[in-house]
Design a binder for this molecule. Structure first.
Ligand code: NAP
Length: 284
């Protein structure tokens, strides 16, 4: 009988832990604060920013949203980031994507102080993922690991097949999961006969962006299936795994919604708190 990797339940526990940690920082005179920058009025970004505000409020984390007009110059965005970098009351900075076309995403992302980069996108944090050093890492791949660990899954020694080598999920996940001593195979759009690889997996992580790509006949009986995908379909969203089919063969599976995606905002808030510790090490 399949069991769910229940992101909603895990998120509740995680949030309680974060609340306690926020309390402890406040007792030491530190008010954890997240600053979010939104350039333009992309409707999805507005929704994401508002949802982060709601979660911050519920956890006792201060939240500051700066909205810049869509025709802002790159220099004005970089100037705002500089001031947030230098502000000791701000512990985490997040730039909502997408940025307007005339702005260099790479330049803007690289301008955020690595120890305030709660999205884990700065080249230095990317380097820390490779080297195994402590840094701020992206929430979605972290969520794929957290949802397993908190459900009692032993990752060490398992063969993990990751489907997708995207910059946001698949690629960072390779190194984060290697740290947990798994054997890792990574597949992508040029992998011939995807099923031949996924059928060898003890754990499949799907991070593709193709609705219901992973089917029952691609999964070894008893395998663990983690679905990072979010795909819009009529009437809602679905993952990269055909949940209804795959739940018949998997031992554990994360649903969409209610799985990996349920943990990501909480993990961004956890990065705000980790940032405080890293900034203290740097002497801010
Ligand atoms: P991405 O950058 O577009 O990468 C997609 C990857 O999937 C690429 O490596 C691509 O291969 C591979 N791919 C495409 N079609 C394939 C196929 N038929 N067979 C095997 N591999 C295939 O995507 P991403 O940003 O990493 O995101 C991946 C998924 O995670 C998306 O569904 C996204 O919505 C979701 N996501 C979820 C969250 C969350 O909070 N839960 C956050 C971010 C993203 P190539 O490299 O060869 O092109």
């Amino acid at each position: 009988m399949v069991q769910l990797l229940d992101g909603k339940e895990i998120s509740k526990v995680l949030k309680e832990e974060i609340k306690e940690e926020v309390k402890r920082w406040k007792e030491q005179g530190v008010n954890p604060k997240l600053a979010v920058v939104l350039v333009g009025d992309d409707s999805a970004s507005v929704v994401y920013a508002k949802s982060k505000q709601k979660v911050s409020d519920s956890l006792g984390i201060d939240f500051e949203l700066t909205v810049l007009p869509a025709d802002s110059s790159e220099e004005s965005i970089l100037a705002l980031i500089d001031s947030l970098n230098a502000n000791p009351d701000v512990h985490g900075i997040m730039i909502e994507l997408p940025l307007p076309k005339h702005i260099s995403k790479e330049r803007v992302m690289a301008a955020v102080r690595p120890d305030k980069d709660v999205d884990g996108v700065h080249p230095i944090n990317r380097g820390y993922i490779l080297s195994g050093e402590e840094g701020l890492f992206p929430a979605t791949p972290e969520s794929c690991i957290e949802i397993m660990l908190r459900s009692g899954v032993e990752i060490a020694g398992k063969h993990v097949v990751i489907v997708g080598r995207g910059e946001t999920v698949g690629k960072p996940l390779v190194f984060l999961i290697l740290k947990h001593n798994a054997t890792v195979t990574i597949c992508h759009s040029r992998t011939p006969d995807l099923g031949a690889f996924t059928r060898q997996a003890d754990i499949i992580v799907a991070a593709v962006g193709k609705a219901k790509l992973v089917k029952k006949d691609m999964v070894k009986p008893g395998a663990i299936v983690v679905d990072a995908g979010i795909n819009e379909i009529p009437g809602g969203i679905c993952g990269d795994v055909d949940f209804e089919e795959v739940k018949e063969v998997a031992s554990l599976i994360s649903p969409v919604p209610g799985g990996v995606g349920s943990l990501t905002t909480a993990l961004i808030m956890k990065n705000v708190l980790k940032g405080i510790t890293l900034q203290r090490k740097e002497g801010q």
